[in-house]
Design a protein around this ligand. Structure first.
Ligand code: MN
Length: 424
């Protein structure tokens, strides 16, 4: 796990004034990475968010590439040195200010964010035991939590081609749906479109085929964390998921937030990974003192909904749920990386691991409508009189995340937003 250093100093302030505002997602202690295209033209560039601005890293003379995957492949020491240089240059009183202000600073309002990197492979996990148990009760009332759950970080290989960046608009998917247990399936647009509140873990340097990543070194392979919405069609899912797992109910769209908050930036917000003494304990290859001490991520997560009617009436989104990733997850990101590679499977720079739906222990902390509305049976009443069992066309779903702790400066993950369009 990363140690604290001068880049985390809570006294540090930036000459970019907006970065010093209370409640800002991107103070100088954060420095998340993203890929942007200037609206005035030109190709993709790598930037770091600072307040409401972006520092163009190549224009600032800090890197030689426009390719995030190249930057992600750098070792942990090189990535840490880059963060230190960005922090020093953006700090109040720095000698870089005049140059960077003139030629490397771009307002976020003047760019379009792209996917942060090329995602070669995407794997989705299932790390919240609360989510697994609640959903299991709906799909298998007499057998909610399968016996492997507490031993294996359960996952499946997802689809990278349909992962989009915040702002994504996608058509309601069609698929095979069983109208009733006794009726044959029909092809129809999903009537149970849902979101899944997840974190996205981006891989830094990979491993060679056949060479597993031990848990002690797992986080050296974690570039950073984004918000991640793993859209799901709940009426396609139950008919197709046995025996090989989710398929078309999940791969029509998934949305990530544009800024990757680095593992180093998250260092002040790590939490203990704990299991009750009478609970199943991880096998030795998924255990380490550092993982016990600080393997979990203390990230507060929120889900917000704005329907088309609300948007037309100028009403802001309403919050559907909030919770904390550390309380939701039964497995840590180090355990996911180690388990994924224990058989020799090779991860590559830019690969994406989804945490799985991060539902907390309380019902109101659920990370999907499947749980919040009990499969649509108990719709949510919205302030404008509308209700939702599942999502309707025109709905915009927004997820936000941030970290707060006494003695540290608050940092945010920004937001991931996407809108449902009518079926084709
Ligand atoms: Mn998922």
């Amino acid at each position: 796990m990363t140690n604290l250093n001068s880049t985390h100093d809570p006294q540090l302030r930036s000459w970019v004034a907006s970065a010093n505002a209370a409640g800002c997602d991107f103070p100088i202690q954060n420095l998340p990475f993203g890929t942007f295209v200037p609206n005035e033209g030109g190709g993709p560039r790598i930037g770091v968010a600072i307040g409401d601005q972006i520092l163009d890293l190549r224009a600032a003379g800090l890197i030689a590439t426009h390719d995030m995957n190249v930057l992600m492949a750098a070792g942990p020491a090189e990535r840490s040195a880059l963060r230190a240089a960005i922090s020093q240059g953006l700090a109040e009183g720095s000698s870089e200010r005049a140059d960077w202000e003139k030629s490397a600073l771009v307002p976020q309002s003047a760019v379009t964010m792209q996917l942060p990197c090329r995602i070669g492979d995407y794997t989705d996990f299932y790390t919240s035991v609360h989510h697994a148990t609640t959903v299991g009760k709906q799909f298998r009332p007499d057998n909610p939590l399968l016996p492997n759950y507490k031993w294996i970080p359960i996952g499946y290989h997802g689809r990278a081609s349909s992962v989009g960046v915040s702002g994504q608009r996608f058509k309601r998917p069609k698929g095979q749906i069983k109208p009733s247990p006794d009726a044959p399936p029909v092809l129809a647009p999903t009537r149970k479109l849902d979101y899944e509140l997840e974190l996205g873990f981006f891989i830094a340097g990979g491993n060679a085929l056949g060479e597993p990543i031990g848990i002690e070194r797992a986080e050296e392979h974690l570039f950073g964390v984004t918000l991640f919405n793993d859209w799901s069609a709940r009426d396609i899912q139950p008919w197709e998921y046995q025996p090989l797992g989710p398929f078309l109910s999940k791969n029509f769209a998934s949305t990530v937030s544009p800024w990757i908050v680095t593992t180093e930036a998250l260092a002040p917000f790590r939490a203990k990974f704990e299991r009750a003494a009478d609970d199943v304990q991880p096998l030795p290859y998924l255990e380490s003192p550092a993982n016990r001490e600080s393997g979990a991520l203390g990230i507060t997560l929120e889900v917000w909904l704005q329907t088309a009617k609300m948007r037309e009436a100028g009403q802001p989104p309403v919050m559907l749920s909030h919770g904390n990733a550390a309380e939701a997850a039964y497995w840590t990101v180090a355990q996911l990386i180690t388990h994924h590679t224990v058989n020799g499977c090779n991860l590559q720079p830019g690969d994406l691991l989804g945490s799985g739906t991060l539902s907390g222990p309380k019902p109101e902390e659920a990370g999907s409508l499947l749980e919040l509305t009990t499969g649509g049976k108990n719709p949510i009443q919205l302030p404008n009189g509308e209700s939702r069992g599942f999502l309707e066309d025109g709905d915009t779903l927004v997820m936000r995340g941030y970290c707060e702790r006494a003695g540290a400066v608050r940092i945010g993950l920004g937001e991931v937003s996407a809108t449902v369009l009518p079926a084709a």
